[in-house]
Design a binder for this molecule. Structure first.
Ligand code: DON
Length: 304
């Protein structure tokens, strides 16, 4: 086994000495309050070992990383019927892009861009008895940690500035690809994005995706097929118009969020989570992208 601790220590220390040209997202005002200097890397492997450096125990806004959890839950509930309402093709466009949706008649390109995640939120609002409560319980179950919660201030901050998401939801509604009221679906979506987790909790929650669907606590949280399908979607769609670049540089399935988190995994081996709030121009963590590129190069581990 590579010396993971030494490798992540070195990557963290080296990046800390370089200039971070990224910018902390502030289009959701509450996110702009976070300290841009925070930086953590956490790795757990399927043998039960874990390694960490930096600010791995500070909860942060997971934002779009939550789209993997909502997809997993909706896929588990609905199976293949899901793919009638959302496609599985990369979009090559920013996460909140609108015109593709108009052209493709209200069928989002994939579940990891905003339009797709809003359709998934609609499915969950339709199928769950208590959507927000049931969803947070699902995430807690994946992570094996009952302390994980929504951040109401972040959800509200996004609601009052979420003009593009309202536009997307209304466009979906006009194409009859939203069964529930726009306000109700977006309330769910803003809450899922507001979930706060640490690097450790995220790595634990993604463990099942690296481990054929079996969670940290040893139960089968997802089927093997669901884990396989969702990993494929993460690889091709997890980084919006930087998905090709991430595959090229890092070579792992993964998902980013505008809170500065990135989770990536090597099936059968490990999950690695990085968190550094300043984002590059594509909306992905500037340090996170570099840390992961260095990590897979150094450990000679990627799916390719
Ligand atoms: O809908 C939004 O704009 C945010 N709640 C999530 C965006 C996001 O995290 C994109 N990821 N890089």
């Amino acid at each position: 086994m590579p010396n993971y601790q030494q490798i992540i220590n070195d990557i963290h220390a080296n990046l800390k000495t370089t200039k971070n040209t990224g910018e902390v997202a502030d289009y959701i005002p509450e996110l702009g309050k976070v300290d841009g200097e925070l930086f953590g890397i956490y790795l757990n492997n399927v043998h039960g070992n874990n390694f960490e450096v930096g600010d791995t125990q500070v909860p942060f806004s997971i934002q779009s990383i939550s789209k993997v959890f909502s997809l997993a839950m909706a896929f588990a509930n609905q199976g293949n019927a899901l793919w009638e309402r959302v496609d599985v093709e990369p979009s090559g466009n920013p996460f909140n892009f609108l015109s593709l949706l108009e052209r493709e008649k209200g069928i989002p390109r994939n579940p990891l861009i905003n339009s797709g995640a809003i359709v998934i939120a609609d499915c969950l609002v339709s199928n769950l008895k208590n959507p927000k409560e049931d969803f947070i319980q699902f995430v807690r179950g994946l992570a094996g940690d009952d302390s994980i919660s929504f951040n109401e201030q972040v959800a509200e901050s996004e609601r009052i500035t979420g003009f593009r998401n309202y536009a997307i939801a209304n466009l979906l509604k006009s194409f009859e690809n939203l069964a529930n009221p726009v306000e109700e679906v977006l309330d769910f979506y803003f809450h899922q994005c507001s979930i706060e987790m640490t690097c450790e909790q995220l790595s634990n929650a993604f463990f099942a995706f690296a481990n054929h669907g079996v969670c940290m606590r040893g139960n089968q949280c997802l089927t093997q097929k669901q884990a396989k399908r969702i990993n494929a979607i993460m690889l091709t769609c997890g980084f919006y118009d930087e998905a090709g670049e991430f595959a090229f540089e890092v070579g792992l399935p993964g998902k980013s969020g505008v809170g500065g988190g990135i989770v990536a995994l090597l099936p059968n081996h490990y999950v690695i989570t990085t968190w550094s709030p300043p984002l590059n121009e594509k909306g992905n963590s500037y340090f996170g992208m570099q840390a992961l590129e260095q990590f897979t190069t150094e450990t000679k581990s990627s799916i390719f």
